[in-house]
Design a protein around this ligand. Structure first.
Ligand SMILES: O=C(O)CCC(=O)C(=O)O
Ligand SMILES: [Fe+2]
Length: 287
């Protein structure tokens, strides 16, 4: 790294640490390192007043799609009925996407250039099936990288309990740097239930093994999932949207949705303004 690169790294590190401290997120960073996940309480997200509205809107969208007729079933046993690309379907989802606490933790894990990778919601009804253990770093060969490619930011919009079919996480599994085998995928006794109140954020980096418990209780479990990744990973969800949505949000929203990516060029070639700083030799390791 050049002297400039090192000086930038020092500056970036001090600034990142100050921001983490100012928000009181040190404990969560430690848990991510030690356990491979963390749960952030609703107060720290600062959007407690949006939880009910978001939950009701998701139930309304699912109902309109006929989810109840399908008994909230999905393509995988134990996974819930899925809704996709929420950021195009309501103002409140735009706010969740750029929630400052989510972005702070995300950028600590993925660097300042992180982009949106996924946008999903789950509506889960009663089921006697577990969701099998897996890691979200799909398609990546082993050994999985020690640093994170992507993170799953799960926002519980109803209270999470084991009997209510909450997520279960295998603590320390991120250190294995591999996917569970077909046999391990059913070792549910390894899971710790993530029980937390509605409005909590569960941060699950892509190497962490997780699944979900059968839902024995009546009523629906409602969840918003936002995936973020390093910018070289092709997003799972299409990032394009009505320009009016981009226009009514801060510039960081556009950036998270790819406005500064140089990939995807055509006959005219790359935008060198965007591409040249991507050379690792020209920047801090934090980005
Ligand atoms: O919310 C759940 O039941 C777990 C779903 C899951 O595996 C995920 O969001 O990656
Ligand atoms: Fe998952």
């Amino acid at each position: 790294m050049s002297i400039t690169g090192i000086a930038q790294l020092v500056g970036d590190t001090k600034a990142a640490y100050e921001r983490i401290r100012a928000k009181g997120l040190e404990r969560h960073i430690a848990e991510l390192d030690i356990l491979g996940y963390t749960v952030v309480g609703p107060e720290l997200l600062g959007m407690t007043d949006r939880v009910e509205e978001t939950r009701d809107l998701l139930i309304e969208l699912a109902t309109r799609e006929g989810a109840a007729d399908k008994e909230y079933d999905s393509y995988l046993a134990g996974l819930s009925y899925e809704l996709y690309a929420l950021f195009r379907q309501g103002r409140v989802f735009e706010e969740w996407m750029i929630n400052p606490t989510i972005l702070e933790l995300g950028k600590y894990l993925l660097g300042d250039n992180m982009i949106v990778n996924n946008s999903l919601a789950y509506v889960k009804g009663k089921t006697d099936k577990h969701l099998r253990l897996h890691s979200d770093t799909l398609m990546v060969p082993e050994p999985l990288p020690e640093y994170r490619h992507l993170i799953n930011m799960t926002i519980a919009l109803t209270d999470y309990t084991m009997d209510g079919g909450c997520v279960g996480i295998v603590p320390g599994s991120h250190k294995l740097r591999r996917h569970p085998t077909a046999d391990e995928a059913h070792m549910y006794e390894l899971m710790v239930p993530v029980e937390c109140p509605a409005g909590s954020l569960i941060v699950m980096p892509g190497n962490t093994w997780h699944g979900a418990y059968p839902k024995k209780t009546d009523g629906l479990r409602v969840t918003l999932v936002q995936g973020y990744s390093r910018r070289y990973l092709a997003p799972y969800v299409a990032l394009d949207m009505d320009p009016a949505i981009v226009a009514r949000n801060p510039p960081e929203f556009a950036r998270l949705f790819g406005s500064e990516l140089w990939m995807g060029f055509g006959e005219d070639g790359v935008d060198t303004q965007l591409m040249v700083p991507s050379y690792a030799s020209a920047r801090s390791q934090l980005s």
